[in-house]
Design a protein around this ligand. Structure first.
Ligand SMILES: [Zn+2]
Length: 429
């Protein structure tokens, strides 16, 4: 039995939480008995849930493993992550998703829910074994070719039809491949000045519009990964106004960073640390994404944690890999972009980083409100802390963060997974 003393649930009045056998047994004041942990007035949130994490195992264990990636997740306050399918081999069979699921059970510092590929080998030609992955021990409910777009409309329609049988969802990386061939950064004023091939907003928006129409046509669930443009927000708002079952995510970096960093930043011009897919966009896009997350048009924050080894990032811009690590800075970036700006309170953060991602992934036992009888998945967060981001201190195997040297608000003090601390006093247990 553990009693966590002096925490503020969703930022409310001070309270104590008694945890017994993995469950929140009692919430009240002046609780005692068993092991006592001082919460120090931290904000208590339900354990965070990420719908979009790249754990890289199997195949790229030099970048991340299930063990290091879930350590990174726990440090960031997460109690569950969805592991993307673009591994090697691709997670497109029951065998591979069960392998990832078993690695999570054995080495995970949080729950690991494998995402299944939509198409065999992510090649966009033939549907993968969606039903077998859903029926496997991993019980896959989220399917995505993330990193690539399912651009064939017939295949996308079939995938949407197929997943209805087991209440699954197709999570689309919306990017029309012909419109983004050779793209290096956002298409706009900055790409024009730098002479880099641009990634037009319409490449994302056209696929989102098509997929919303397809999802409505077949009556299925669609989830849009990492929305990055103001136009995408308008399309999703329209789809929701029709009552269609469409959800969307935004990454922390798209809520804070803009494309002019490619030209001029604290770490110089053309620094590939800012190279990411979809690309960083404009200030107007960032403002639209923040407003959409605040009003619920965008449902959740998902990290798109994309670890890469140094040699794949510290190279010339055109050759560098796309992506950023994000698990250990997500909550701080959301505080900076959404809480400090008055757009969200802690209850709103809990919805968008725990309850709703758990619901989209159809997870039971995650994302539940902190109340008596709920599983004790709890994140304690000190919003008054200020921390200079030091990648060498990351639990992730990779260091490719765009926030190095920046001072961000807040610090994850502790994380509990079914009552067991995975992080205490900011350190892995
Ligand atoms: Zn993606």
């Amino acid at each position: 039995m553990i009693v966590v003393k002096n925490v503020r649930i969703l930022g409310g009045e001070p309270a104590d939480i008694r945890i017994d056998q993995g469950v929140i047994a009692e919430i009240g004041q002046g609780l005692s008995g068993g092991e006592e942990i001082d919460g120090g007035g931290a904000v208590a949130l339900p354990g965070l849930v990420d719908l979009h994490t790249h754990l890289r195992e199997p195949g790229r264990e030099d970048a991340e493993t299930v063990q290091t990636g879930t350590r990174s997740a726990a440090r960031g306050g997460y109690t569950a992550v969805h592991a993307m399918a673009n591994t090697s081999p691709v997670a497109d069979t029951a065998g591979v998703v069960e392998q990832v699921w078993r690695l999570g059970r054995e080495f995970g510092h949080c729950d690991v829910h494998p995402v299944g590929a939509v198409t065999v080998g992510l090649e966009g030609r033939q549907l993968a074994e969606l039903g077998a992955m859903a029926d496997s021990a991993a019980r896959v409910r989220v399917f995505s070719d993330d990193g690539r777009c399912v651009d064939d409309a017939v295949l996308m329609r079939r995938a949407l039809e197929y997943v209805k049988a087991f209440d699954g969802v197709v999570a689309q990386h919306a990017q029309e491949p012909r419109l983004t061939q050779g793209a290096q950064m956002n298409e706009g004023v900055v790409s024009g000045r730098l002479g880099l091939t641009g990634w037009p907003a319409v490449a994302e928006e056209a696929i989102i519009a098509r997929d919303c129409l397809l999802a409505a046509h077949v009556g299925s669930r669609l989830h849009v990964c990492h929305v990055s443009t103001a136009g995408s927000v308008e399309i999703i708002r329209w789809a929701k106004s029709k009552g269609w079952d469409v959800t969307a995510e935004v990454t922390p970096h798209h809520l804070l960073l803009t494309d002019d960093l490619v030209e001029d930043s604290p770490v110089g011009a053309y620094n590939p640390i800012y190279k990411v897919n979809p690309p960083l966009r404009t200030r107007a896009d960032v403002e639209a994404l923040r407003a959409a997350l605040a009003d619920g048009t965008i449902d959740i924050v998902a990290t798109d944690h994309a670890p890469h080894p140094v040699e794949d990032k510290e190279t010339e811009w055109s050759a560098a890999a796309m992506g950023m690590v994000g698990l250990e800075t997500a909550l701080s970036v959301v505080q900076e972009a959404m809480v400090e700006t008055g757009l969200l309170d802690w209850a709103g953060v809990a919805q968008r980083m725990s309850a709703v991602p758990a619901r989209i992934g159809r997870l039971s036992g995650q994302g539940q409100p902190l109340e008596e009888g709920a599983p004790a998945n709890i994140t304690l967060y000190d919003p008054s802390a200020r921390t200079e981001v030091d990648p060498s201190a990351f639990a992730s195997k990779s260091r490719n963060t765009p926030y190095e040297g920046m001072t961000l608000p807040g610090r994850v003090v502790a994380t509990f997974l079914r009552g067991r601390p995975t992080v205490l006093e900011g350190k892995l247990v």
